[in-house]
Design a protein around this ligand. Structure first.
Ligand SMILES: [Zn+2]
Length: 207
């Protein structure tokens, strides 16, 4: 199967991945996981490759800015200058063996989940924070969805919850993966109901 994969690798840490996801089918719109296109990705500077299908994607990106003009440094905090892209993938790390007739790949590990969270910022001087977790355990994927509900989170006093963009990704992923779906069924009350159009969902739509 991987021998026919296009080696047009996408680095998931870049905006090229967010653009790629604009045209990627929603898992909740397909009947089976193999209807989701297979794509070659990398997530590190060494160029390590993995073949994957994206089960779910969510973003807290918003088009507007709060109390400052775009391009100027936000006074206080502008939640629009910083956002998080989350992806849940079904993936297999591979090594590229060259191009003898067809692309050849050596699988390096079994197919498993990859949870990717990219904390992005357009504020100058701020860097991107990436979390990439590989796991065969659907419950580990679920654990990754939780983020602190307040700034200055401390483990002894803080609380965590699942933000809407993570719920979008997880609910979509659950629609094609029965193991994730079992976890969702067990913890349904913790996963907010969501609109996958995201925080910019237009209240005028449908009026
Ligand atoms: Zn801003």
């Amino acid at each position: 199967m991987s021998s026919t994969t296009d080696l047009n690798t996408i680095d998931i840490r870049t905006e090229a991945f967010a653009l790629f996801m604009n045209d990627y089918p929603y898992a909740s719109d397909v009947d089976a996981i193999d209807e989701l296109p297979l794509q070659m990705f990398t997530a590190d500077d060494e160029g390590s490759l993995f073949n994957a299908r994206v089960l779910g994607f969510g973003s807290s990106y918003r088009k507007t800015h709060l109390n400052h003009a775009p391009g100027t440094r936000p006074k206080g905090s502008c939640s629009r200058c910083r956002w998080t892209d989350t992806a849940i993938m079904w993936a297999q790390p591979v090594e590229y063996l060259g191009e003898e007739g067809q692309h050849q790949f050596l699988p390096l590990a079994p197919w498993q989940y990859v949870f990717v969270s990219m904390g992005k910022s357009i504020v100058s001087g701020e860097r991107q924070y990436n979390t990439v977790v590989w796991t065969t355990d659907p419950l580990d994927v679920f654990r990754q969805l939780f983020v602190p509900t307040k700034k200055d989170f401390r483990h002894d006093t803080g609380s965590k919850a699942i933000p809407p963009h993570n719920a979008v990704a997880f609910r979509d992923a659950s629609s094609v993966d029965e193991h994730l779906d079992n976890v969702l069924a067990e913890h349904e009350a913790l996963v907010p109901p969501v609109d996958r159009r995201g925080p910019d969902a237009d209240p005028l739509a449908g009026l």
